[in-house]
Design a protein around this ligand. Structure first.
Ligand SMILES: *Cc1c(COP(=O)(O)O)cnc(C)c1O
Length: 488
C-alpha cells in the first residue's frame, strides 16, 4: 500500500492547533528580532489537521518492525524487550526536566543515580572504575583505546598497533583507527578461538594492546584469555574487552577477574535501554587501576553522603561527550539494575544462553551451524547449502519478514559464508522460539517446493526490496517536490 508523505498531505491553511486570543498586546516579530535573524521566507512545513498527523505517525510506526511488535533476533544487537517502567520513571519531571548546568546541590539525586550505576557496573564487571560518558559502544571503544594510548605515553612509549581477531565486532578495527592506531588481524582457529600461534607471531614492542570481543561474534566464549594475557604481558600490551554482549556473562564471569584492563558495556543492549533510531545510546567504559586516572572528566565524587563533580584531573584524557553522557539512558539502566537485582543478573544470562542453544539445536541439521560449540547468547548458521539450492541468506531473511518477525543479522561475521547471526535474547518465550525455528524450517522447504515465493519475498511489508544504500548515498531531501514517481 502506498502511503503519502506528510508533505503530500499538506493543504494550505490547514492546521492542527488553535491558540486562544492573546491577553497581552500583540507585537510584530520584526520589532523584536534583529533583521538578520529573521527568515526571508516562511519555513516549508506541512500544514495538516490533528487527525491527519496522528494517523500519519501511527501508520509510520506500524510500517517499521520494533521490539514492541514482535521477535527481533538481530545477532549482536541484543534487541531485548525494553520494560515500560523504565520509560515511565525516566520521564518523571525530576529526571526529564533537569538541566545539566544546574548547581550540584540541586541535582544530588541525579548524581547519586550515576554514582550508584557506576558502582553496579564495577561490581558486575570486576573493574575498579567506570565512566558513563561514551554515547555508544563504538565510542566506548574509542575512549578505551585513548586510555590505552595514554597508559603507554606516560611510560614514555608510543606503540602503534592494536591486534584484532578476525572474529571481532566490526567497530573494533574502526575505533582503533580513529584513535590513531593501525591494525593487525589475528586469525581464528577451527574452534572459533584466537589462534595463539598467530598471536605469538604478531606481538612485538609496537603492540599497544588487543581487543577481544567476548563472547566473539560467533557467539563462542573465548576460553584462552589467561594464555592471551601471558603473551600480551611480554610487551606490556593491554587487553580490551568488547563487552557489548555482557548479557551472556552476567553473574558467571567478570572480565576484570579474567585479566582484562578495560572494557565497554552497551546499556542499549545488555541493560534494556532502547536502541533509538541510531541513538541515543550509552557505552560506559570500565577499567582497572592501570587506567583509572585517565578516565574522562568530570568524575562523580562521593564525600560522605554528598556528591560533587571533579573536573580537575590532570591525567584525564578529557571529555568524550558533553556533560555526563546520555543521562536519560543512565536512569533507565539504573532502574533495570534495581529491578533485576544481584541474583537476577545471573538468571538473565542463563536464559539468554539457554534460548540461544535451544534455537541452535532446533535448526541444526537443516541449517549448517558451523562451529559445533556450545553457544553463549547467540549463534551463527551458514545458509551456504541453501544458496546452492537456490536461495541466499538475504532471500531467507527477506522471506522471514512475511512471518512477522525481524530477520537475524546477515553476512556477519565475515568469516562465515552466507551467515545468519541469531540472538534470541532472554526476554522471549519458548513459544516464540518455536515459531521462529518453524518459520526457518518452512522456508528451507520452500526453497525446493516453491522457490519463487522465497526469491521474491517479502510479500507482506509496506515496501519490498529496497536499494539499502541508496538513500544514504544519494541523499535528496527535496525528492517529494521534484518527483512525480511514487515509491511502491
Ligand atoms: C553493538 C556492538 C558494538 C557497537 O556498539 P554501538 O553502540 O552500536 O556503537 C560493538 N561491539 C559489539 C560486540 C557489539 O555487539
Amino acid at each position: 500500500m502506498y502511503r503519502k508523505l506528510i508533505f503530500e498531505l499538506s493543504k494550505e491553511g490547514r492546521s492542527g492547533h488553535k491558540l486562544p486570543q492573546p491577553d497581552v498586546p500583540v507585537k510584530n516579530i520584526t520589532d523584536m528580532l534583529p533583521g538578520k535573524k529573521l527568515r526571508h521566507k516562511d519555513a516549508d512545513l506541512p500544514q495538516v489537521a490533528e487527525n491527519e498527523i496522528v494517523r500519519h505517525f501511527t501508520s509510520l510506526s506500524e510500517m517499521n518492525h520494533n521490539v514492541d511488535k514482535a521477535f527481533y533476533p538481530l545477532g549482536s544487537c541484543t534487541m531485548k524487550y525494553n520494560p515500560k517502567i523504565n520509560e515511565k520513571l525516566a520521564s518523571l519531571p525530576g529526571f526529564a526536566q533537569l538541566h545539566p548546568d544546574q548547581p550540584e546541590q540541586s541535582v544530588q539525586g541525579a548524581l547519586q543515580i550515576m554514582y550508584d550505576l557506576q558502582e553496579y557496573l564495577k561490581e558486575l564487571t570486576g573493574f575498579s572504575a567506570v565512566s558513563l560518558q561514551p554515547a555508544a559502544g563504538a565510542q566506548g571503544e574509542m575512549t578505551g583505546l585513548l586510555l590505552i594510548r595514554k597508559y603507554h605515553q606516560i611510560k614514555g612509549r608510543n606503540p602503534k598497533v592494536i591486534l584484532v581477531p578476525d572474529s571481532a565486532h566490526g567497530t573494533n578495527p574502526a575505533s582503533a583507527v580513529i584513535a590513531g592506531f593501525s591494525i593487525k588481524t589475528i586469525r581464528s582457529d577451527s574452534k572459533g578461538m584466537v589462534d595463539l600461534n598467530d598471536l605469538e607471531r604478531q606481538v612485538d614492542e609496537n603492540t599497544a594492546g588487543i581487543m577481544l570481543t567476548n563472547p566473539s561474534t560467533l557467539g563462542i566464549f573465548e576460553s584462552q584469555v589467561l594464555e592471551i594475557r601471558k603473551i600480551m604481558d611480554k610487551v606490556d600490551g593491554l587487553m580490551y574487552m568488547d563487552g557489548a554482549n555482557m548479557n551472556a556473562l552476567f553473574g558467571i564471569v567478570r572480565p576484570g577477574d579474567m585479566g582484562f584492563d578495560v572494557m565497554h558495556l552497551n546499556l542499549h543492549k545488555s541493560f534494556s535501554t532502547p536502541h533509538g533510531g541510531g541513538g541515543p545510546g550509552s557505552g560506559p567504559v570500565a577499567v582497572n587501576e592501570k587506567l583509572e586516572n585517565f578516565l574522562p572528566v568530570p568524575w562523580i565524587v562521593k564525600v560522605e553522603d554528598r556528591f560533587t563533580l571533579e573536573h580537575n584531573v590532570p591525567a584525564s584524557i578529557g571529555k568524550v561527550h558533553s556533560f555526563y553522557g546520555n543521562f536519560a539512558l543512565l536512569v533507565r539502566a539504573y532502574i533495570y539494575c534495581r529491578m533485576i537485582g544481584r541474583d537476577g543478573f545471573r538468571k538473565v544470562s542463563e536464559h539468554a544462553i539457554i534460548n540461544a542453544n535451544y534455537l541452535r539445536k532446533k535448526l541444526q541439521g537443516i541449517y549448517d551451524v558451523g562451529y559445533d560449540m556450545p553457544s553463549m547468547h547467540e549463534f551463527v548458521v551458514s545458509a551456504e547449502a541453501q544458496k546452492n539450492r537456490g536461495a541466499k541468506a538475504l532471500d531467507i531473511a527477506k522471506r522471514l519478514l512475511d512471518f512477522g518477525v525481524h530477520p537475524p543479522t546477515v553476512y556477519f561475521p565475515l568469516i562465515v559464508k552466507e551467515a545468519l547471526m541469531i540472538e534470541p535474547t532472554e526476554t522471549e518465550s519458548r513459544e516464540m522460539l518455536d515459531y521462529f525455528a518453524d518459520a526457518l524450517i518452512k522456508i528451507d522447504r520452500e526453497i525446493d517446493e516453491n522457490p519463487e515465493v522465497v526469491l521474491s519475498a517479502p510479500h507482506t511489508t509496506p515496501v519490498r526490496r529496497l536499494d539499502e544504500a541508496g538513500a544514504a548515498r544519494n541523499l535528496d531531501i527535496n525528492f517529494y517536490k521534484k518527483s512525480s514517481k511514487k515509491p511502491e
